[in-house]
Design a protein around this ligand. Structure first.
Ligand code: PFF
Length: 441
C-alpha cells in the first residue's frame, strides 16, 4: 500500500505547528511567564526553544523521514534494541489523549453555552457543577469523534486540510481578541505582569534553577516532543522538504502564538481585577468572568472558545495519528478500522478520567486522582523518557552525521552545534527536569 504524503511543505509545517500550538500555549505559557519574571522568562524560553527544542525536533523529524515508519518501528529500524523509545511515545500519546479529549469536551460545552446565550452564573460554581457531573463524558466523546472524523480522512485529505484551515483562523481570531483585550481600561497591568522584566523573581540560584526547569518542561510540552508525533508526521514527508527550515518555522509559530496568547488573556483578566491562574481556571473560570462584564461578551466568548477548540483539535489529531499509524503498519489494518479502534480505546480510558472530578474522585493512585495521575504519567515520566531516548538514539547510536545529513545541516558549525547539544546538553537538561520533578528543588 502506498503511504499517504503531505501535499506541500506549508501543509506539513502548519500541521506540525498545529500539534505544537495547543492548550500549553494558551493556558500555561502566559501564566508561568508572568509568574517567573516576565520578559526574563520569555527570553530564557526563547533561547531554550532554539538550543534545546529545535535540535530534538529536528532529530524526531529525521527519524521519521529516514525510516518512513511509526515511532516503534522507526526507532527499531535505526537500532534494533531501541523500539522501546518509540514505545514511550505511543504510550504517552495514548495517556495524553485520555485527558486532552476530556478538556476538548469541556471546550465544546463552553462554546455551545456561548452560542446559546452565554454564561451568566458565577463561573467558578458553574465549572465545578459541570465537571463533577456526568455530561463531560458525553462532550469528551463528541470531541473524540470530531478528531476521529478528521484522521479517518488521512494525512493530506484530513490532517493537512484541517490544519490549513484552523491555523490561520486561530491566528486571526487571536488578533481580534488581542485588540479587544488591549483596549480595556486597566489592561496595561496585564501587559506589565506578562512582559516587564521582573528580576526579583530570580534572587537566588535556586530561583534561577526553578525557572530554568519550568522553561525547559514548557519547551518540551509545547513543541510536542518525545511523544512520537514528529516521528509520525515526519514519516509522511518527501525528500524535498528541508527539515532545518521546517523546525525553525514550527518553533517560531509556537513561540509567537504563546506570546500572543499572553497578550490576549492577561490584559483582559487584569482589567477585571481577576487573579490570573494557570490551567483550566484561566480558560473556564477567569475568561468567562471577563466575558460576563463585557458588552458583546457572548460574541467574544464564542470567538475565544472556537480558537481554543481549534488549538486543541490540531494537537489531539497529531496524537491520534501516532496511534493510528502504529496500528496500520503493525497489524496491517485499514485506516478506518484503526481510527475506530483508537477512538474506542481512548474513550474507554477517558471516561473514568472525566469522572475523576466527581463520582470517581475517591480513586487515588499515589495520592493523585485519575486526571492528575494521567498528567503526571505523560508530563513527568513518558515525555522526558521519550525525549531522552531520542537524544541517545540520535547522539550515540544512529549517529549525528547521519542525522545532520537527513536534516539538511550542511555547515560545519551547524553540525557541531547539533552534535554537542544532542549528545551532551539535551540529555543533561532532560535528566535535570526529570530528577527535579520527582525530588523537587
Ligand atoms: N503541544 C501541545 C500543547 O502545547 O498543548 C500538547 C501536546 C500535543 C503535547 C502533542 C505532546 C504531543 F505529542
Amino acid at each position: 500500500m502506498k503511504k499517504d504524503k503531505w501535499s506541500s511543505e506549508t501543509g506539513f509545517i502548519l500541521a506540525a505547528a498545529g500539534s505544537a500550538v495547543g492548550l500549553g500555549n494558551i493556558w500555561k505559557f502566559p501564566y508561568i511567564a508572568g509568574q517567573n519574571g516576565g520578559a526574563v522568562f520569555i527570553i530564557m524560553y526563547f533561547i531554550l526553544l532554539l538550543l534545546l527544542g529545535v535540535p530534538v525536533l529536528l532529530s524526531e523529524m529525521a527519524i521519521g523521514r529516514k525510516t518512513g515508519k511509526n515511532p516503534i518501528d522507526a526507532c527499531r529500524a535505526l537500532h534494533r534494541k531501541c523500539g522501546f523509545i518509540g514505545g514511550f511515545g505511543i504510550l504517552g500519546a495514548f495517556v495524553i489523549l485520555s485527558y486532552y479529549c476530556i478538556i476538548g469536551g469541556w471546550i465544546i460545552k463552553y462554546l455551545l453555552m456561548y452560542m446559546t446565550g452565554g454564561v451568566k452564573d458565577n463561573s467558578a460554581a458553574l465549572f465545578e457543577r459541570f465537571t463533577t457531573g456526568f455530561s463531560p463524558v458525553i462532550y469528551g466523546i463528541i470531541f473524540t469523534l470530531l478528531c476521529t472524523l478528521i484522521v479517518i480522512k488521512g494525512i493530506s485529505g484530513g490532517i493537512e486540510k484541517i490544519s490549513r484551515l484552523f491555523m490561520p483562523a486561530l491566528f486571526v481570531m487571536m488578533i481580534v481578541l488581542i485588540i479587544k483585550s488591549l483596549s480595556l481600561k486597566g489592561g496595561g497591568e496585564g501587559v506589565k505582569f506578562f512582559l516587564l522584566p521582573d528580576f526579583t523573581a530570580i534572587e537566588s540560584a535556586g530561583d534561577f534553577l526553578n525557572i530554568l526547569v519550568s522553561a525547559m518542561g514548557q519547551v518540551f510540552f509545547s513543541l510536542s516532543l518525545g511523544m512520537g508525533t514528529l516521528i509520525t508526521y515526519g514519516a509522511y514527508l518527501d525528500r524535498k522538504t528541508s527539515l532545518k527550515k521546517a523546525a525553525f518555522y514550527i518553533s517560531l509559530i509556537d513561540f509567537v502564538i504563546a506570546v500572543l496568547a499572553g497578550l490576549m488573556v492577561l490584559p483582559a483578566v487584569f482589567a477585571y481585577d481577576i487573579v490570573p491562574q494557570a490551567g483550566s481556571g484561566m480558560v473556564f473560570i477567569a475568561m468567562p468572568q471577563v466575558f460576563a462584564g463585557l458588552t458583546g461578551g457572548n460574541l467574544f466568548g464564542i470567538i475565544f472558545f472556537l480558537l481554543v477548540l481549534f488549538a486543541a483539535v490540531t494537537s489531539a489529531i497529531s496524537l491520534f495519528e501516532v496511534l493510528i499509524s502504529f496500528l496500520i503498519e503493525r497489524f496491517k489494518l485499514k485506516r478506518l478500522a484503526s481510527s475506530v479502534i483508537c477512538s474506542a480505546a481512548v474513550t474507554a480510558v477517558s471516561v473514568p478520567v472525566a469522572l475523576s472530578f466527581g463520582s470517581l474522585s475517591n480513586i487515588r493512585i499515589m495520592g493523585m486522582d485519575l486526571f492528575e495521575f494521567m498528567n503526571f504519567l505523560s508530563d513527568k515520566l513518558l515525555m522526558p523518557l521519550g525525549a531522552l531516548g531520542i537524544s541517545v538514539l540520535c547522539g550515540y547510536l544512529w549517529g549525528t552525521e547521519e542525522v545532520s545529513e537527513e536534516a539538511g545541516l550542511k555547515k560545519s558549525w551547524d553540525k557541531k552545534l547539533y552534535r554537542s547539544i544532542i549528545r551532551y546538553a539535551a540529555p543533561v537538561m532532560i535528566a535535570v527536569i526529570f530528577i527535579t520533578s520527582f525530588i523537587g528543588l
